[in-house]
Design a protein around this ligand. Structure first.
Ligand code: 13P
Ligand code: SF4
Length: 330
């Protein structure tokens, strides 16, 4: 079957089955083009939760589909590939409990800890955070959430991305330490779990230097999941949506080198836009979903085969939702 024939069938099935399709910015073009709505993880969750169709096909990674299910539990959320973000996979409930234990052993009691989880984490980990009085953040609002959380007088346990935690600490003039790597944990405001994004780790200080030397007016734009030493010498650091807004505000003649996922960078603008790396920074799990998978998911829905549905245990949903709602309240 040709891609054109698949496109047509997808459109027909979508109408007949009362289903919306959403796709994250990092998805392949063939999938991205079929979506009713595209955006970053927060925009997708908010749009999908308000959409009035009973069925949703989420093209992205596991924690993003789970976020919609947390916000709209009655909606049937299907994922063509239940691909798990490599960073989210770095922490499960046991590793979360062990991190709290490590803080206790360093002389920090549970009452002195305010856990904050980046949205890139499983519903089970979000539930642990919710139960401990903590909340979720995204890369767009992490600074605001941390600022509010610090008003409690507690130390922040920031999971799972150490780079996001370190970048925000530097930006806010706070001290951060990484659990398991640094000593004297008591002497820090933000205690980071030792997780990271393998894609955003690809961007190096040498890449920034290369572009600055070869393109005198270039703007270096990076995501806060990049290494702190790279963010420190960037012209702009921001979440996916913030980077897009900043780059679109620049004259097309101003060259930019962008440190984030390849599919997004390639779609940004027609010219003067470079990937800040000699290695192709493609997110393997985001790229798992193909047009054929999307088509097959619609056919399964028509056949009432719900094997790709996102399901969350009720107790986990309850506590994870509390952590997520605390973020929205702020
Ligand atoms: P956004 O929250 O900006 O969509 O990013 C998610 C992500 O996985 C970044 O690598
Ligand atoms: Fe996860 Fe990194 Fe992929 Fe984003 S780019 S989904 S953080 S592995």
């Amino acid at each position: 079957m040709s891609n054109i024939a698949i496109y047509e069938q997808i459109k027909e099935l979508k109408e007949a089955l009362e289903v919306s399709i959403v796709a994250h910015y990092y998805q392949k073009n063939e999938v991205f083009e079929m979506a009713d709505f595209t955006g970053d993880s927060l925009q997708l969750a908010q749009w999908a939760a308000k959409d009035n169709k009973p069925n949703l096909i989420f093209c992205g990674v596991g924690f993003m589909g789970q976020s919609v299910k947390l916000l709209a539990p009655k909606k049937r959320v299907l994922m063509p590939k239940i691909a798990c973000c490599a960073m989210a996979r770095m922490i499960d409930e046991v590793q979360y409990d062990n991190s709290v234990k490590a803080l206790n052993e360093a002389g920090i009691t549970n009452e002195e800890i305010m856990p904050i989880t980046y949205i890139n984490s499983s519903a089970q980990v979000k539930a642990r955070v919710g139960k401990m009085g903590g909340m979720v953040c995204t890369s767009s609002n992490a600074k605001i959430i941390i600022k509010e959380a610090l008003k409690s007088g507690k130390k922040i346990l920031f999971i799972p991305d150490r780079c996001l935690g370190q970048n925000i600490a530097r930006d806010m003039g706070l001290k951060s330490k990484v659990i398991g790597l640094d000593s004297d944990l008591k002497d820090a405001d933000i205690l980071c779990y030792n997780g990271f994004c393998s894609v955003h780790q690809l961007f190096e200080v040498s890449d920034v230097k290369f572009y600055k030397e070869n393109f005198p007016n270039i703007k270096i734009v990076t995501h806060p999941e990049c290494k702190p030493e790279v963010c420190e010498i960037s012209d702009f650091v921001g979440s996916t949506a913030q980077m897009i807004k900043y780059i679109k505000s620049l004259p097309l003649e101003t060259p930019v080198a962008v440190g984030t996922e390849y599919n997004l960078v390639k779609r940004l603008r027609e010219k003067n836009t470079y990937v800040l790396s000699s290695t192709k920074p493609q997110c393997p799990t985001m790229n798992e979903t193909t047009l054929k998978d999307l088509h097959n998911t619609l056919i399964s829905l028509k056949d009432k085969d719900f094997s790709s549905e996102v399901l969350i245990d009720e107790d986990v949903r309850h506590w994870a939702n509390i952590a997520l709602k605390r973020m929205f309240e702020l």
